[in-house]
Design a protein around this ligand. Structure first.
Ligand SMILES: C[S@@+](CC[C@H](N)C(=O)[O-])C[C@H]1O[C@@H](n2cnc3c(N)ncnc32)[C@H](O)[C@@H]1O
Length: 240
């Protein structure tokens, strides 16, 4: 099965073409990304990010990598919550990061999550919000996160995991098929991008599959929770 959008889904690109197309898509939608996020989630997205930070409980003096940081909402919230936290955002889309740096004033690194330009055991904390499902192989992203976190380092993931049971699958399907395409057409200069986002959600791992991959990548104390049935899940874990 191939994507109906022009942006290939994981496994469809050849020789890095997929990553290039995904990066170009995020560069295009960057100017409206925050607005779209707020409207599509009825502003609940920021509450999910705050919940993630409450669970990770960063402390002054610690270092946080916000990976697939986009416009750096998590980085900004983390810094406001914990002023002594050292925060860096990383993303491969220059335009997303540019908006994030303008918004937060925090440092950022244009980097590919599949090959991070950081030394091993560099960070105390890492967050990835709505980024993992975009990676060509999320398992490689998890291995990179395990490499750059210190032993005992905390990881927090928010993601639109593929629902496993019938009720949440129905909610997920209705939202994806009815609400998102309409919002995408009305609000986005690039409706193709929203078709890609819908399809990438439907193809991604379920939360239990993702949790198992995190354990294989070297994480312990893996804990998952549904924040909104059929839509959003939270996974936290500790680098063993
Ligand atoms: C849906 S946005 C999420 C942004 C932000 N974390 C948030 O919570 O709104 C996904 C982000 O992942 C980034 N991304 C996708 N694949 C990536 C990769 N291989 N390396 C780095 N960033 C990537 C995109 O550029 C985009 O900014």
């Amino acid at each position: 099965m191939t994507s109906s959008a022009n942006v290939p889904l994981p496994g469809e690109g050849v020789g890095g073409t997929r990553a290039t197309a995904v990066r170009a898509m995020f560069d295009r939608i960057a100017p409206r990304y925050d607005l779209l996020n707020r409207v599509m989630t009825l502003k609940v997205d920021q509450a999910w990010r705050r919940r993630l930070l409450r669970d990770l409980a960063p402390r002054d003096g610690e270092t946080l990598l916000d990976l697939c940081a986009g416009t750096m909402d998590v980085a900004g919230l983390a810094r406001r919550r914990t002023p002594g936290l050292r925060v860096v955002g990383a993303d491969f889309s220059f335009q997303m990061l540019r908006r994030g740096v303008e918004k937060t004033g925090l440092p950022a690194s244009q980097a590919d999550a599949m090959a991070l330009p950081f030394l091993p055991a560099r960070f105390d904390l890492a967050t990835v919000t709505f980024g993992m499902r975009n990676l060509e192989r999320y398992q490689v992203g998890l291995a990179e996160l395990a490499r750059v976190l210190k032993p005992g380092g905390r990881l927090g993931i928010l993601e639109f995991f593929r629902p496993e049971s019938a009720g949440p699958r129905l909610v997920h399907g209705l939202y994806n098929r009815l609400a998102l395409p309409v919002l995408g057409r009305v609000l986005s200069p690039d409706p193709e991008a929203y078709r890609y986002l819908v399809e990438s959600m439907e193809r991604f791992a379920s939360r239990p599959e993702f949790e198992a991959a995190a354990r294989r990548a070297g994480f312990g104390s893996v804990h998952g929770e549904t924040l909104f049935p059929g839509v959003c899940g939270l996974v936290t874990a500790v680098r063993a």
